[in-house]
Design a protein around this ligand. Structure first.
Ligand code: OOG
Ligand code: MG
Length: 257
């Protein structure tokens, strides 16, 4: 298969960037794209956003649970970048019209107090964590019908779109089996456990450290890491009030305008 050149990578990045900014879906790649090329497109896409003043504030892990893999028909872990513009205040609101077809999923977020090396044990990773929080990720595929191959979704910054983080709690606690309930307007939509995220969300942080290092962007103090959805995602609609409650960690919420 011929390798993609820089111009082709830049063209796909520009198309995905335009799709996100105009909230208009675009098509998947017609030619096969390798995973390495997909991450190169994602880098080029983020470069455009950094050039407009956005700041990288962490990374998100994707497909770290069976529920998410099954919903989207993929079987490999992926990651994407988080910027300051994507962060929604706890209790704040998002504008439905700014998205193509947004969905929300219940997650756990970590805040780092120290950088993480390439290879860390779960215990070492936890010792670099300043806080752990209930979090909601708003994903929005820029592809028609929310359909994509693994390479397509990686190129599209792994559907990353916005995220809301609840109060940071002391991470020195057992995170392996915390009940998680996601509600729309007070009605339970998804019920799960932090165990769904690789048996323990700390394993997702370990994987994040490895991936970020391999990409030449090791995790830094102050970075936020989203561990990945514990359940399938739910489609959003204007007027919804979304809340996630996580056992021992409290809750996080937002509204859709
Ligand atoms: C891709 C993003 C996956 C997660 O938490 O598993 C993800 C998608 O589902 O569109 O964010
Ligand atoms: Mg997610």
């Amino acid at each position: 298969m011929p390798e993609m050149n820089t111009a082709e990578i830049a063209a796909i990045a520009a198309r995905l960037d335009d799709a996100a900014r105009s909230a208009q879906a675009t098509h998947q790649s017609s030619e096969p794209v390798t995973l390495a090329e997909a991450y190169a497109i994602q880098s080029a896409l983020l470069k455009r956003r950094y050039d407009r003043g956005e700041k990288r504030i962490g990374i998100k892990m994707g497909f770290t649970s069976r529920a998410k893999m099954a919903q989207m028909g993929v079987d490999e872990m992926i990651w994407g970048r988080l910027t300051d513009r994507m962060l929604v205040e706890d209790g704040g609101a998002i504008d439905f019209k700014a998205f193509v077809h947004p969905r929300v999923e219940p997650e756990i977020a970590f805040l780092l107090a120290a950088p993480l090396a390439q290879t860390v044990t779960p215990v070492a990773a936890l010792s670099a964590v300043a806080g752990v929080a209930p979090a909601l990720e708003i994903i929005d595929s820029r592809y028609h019908q929310f359909k994509f191959s693994l390479s397509d979704v990686v190129a599209d910054n792994s559907s990353s779109s916005a995220f809301v983080v609840g109060p940071w709690a002391d991470p020195r606690r057992d995170l392996s089996n915390l009940g998680m309930i996601m509600e729309f307007d007070g009605v339970e939509m998804q019920i799960g456990s932090s165990a769904a995220i690789m048996g323990n969300p700390i394993r997702s942080l370990v994987a994040a450290a490895r991936q970020a290092y391999a990409a030449g962007e090791p995790l830094q103090a102050g970075d936020i890491v989203m561990a990945g959805g514990a359940t399938a995602a739910e489609a959003l609609a204007p007027g919804r009030h979304v809340r996630l409650r996580v056992q021992d960690l409290g809750s996080v919420e937002f509204n859709v305008r």
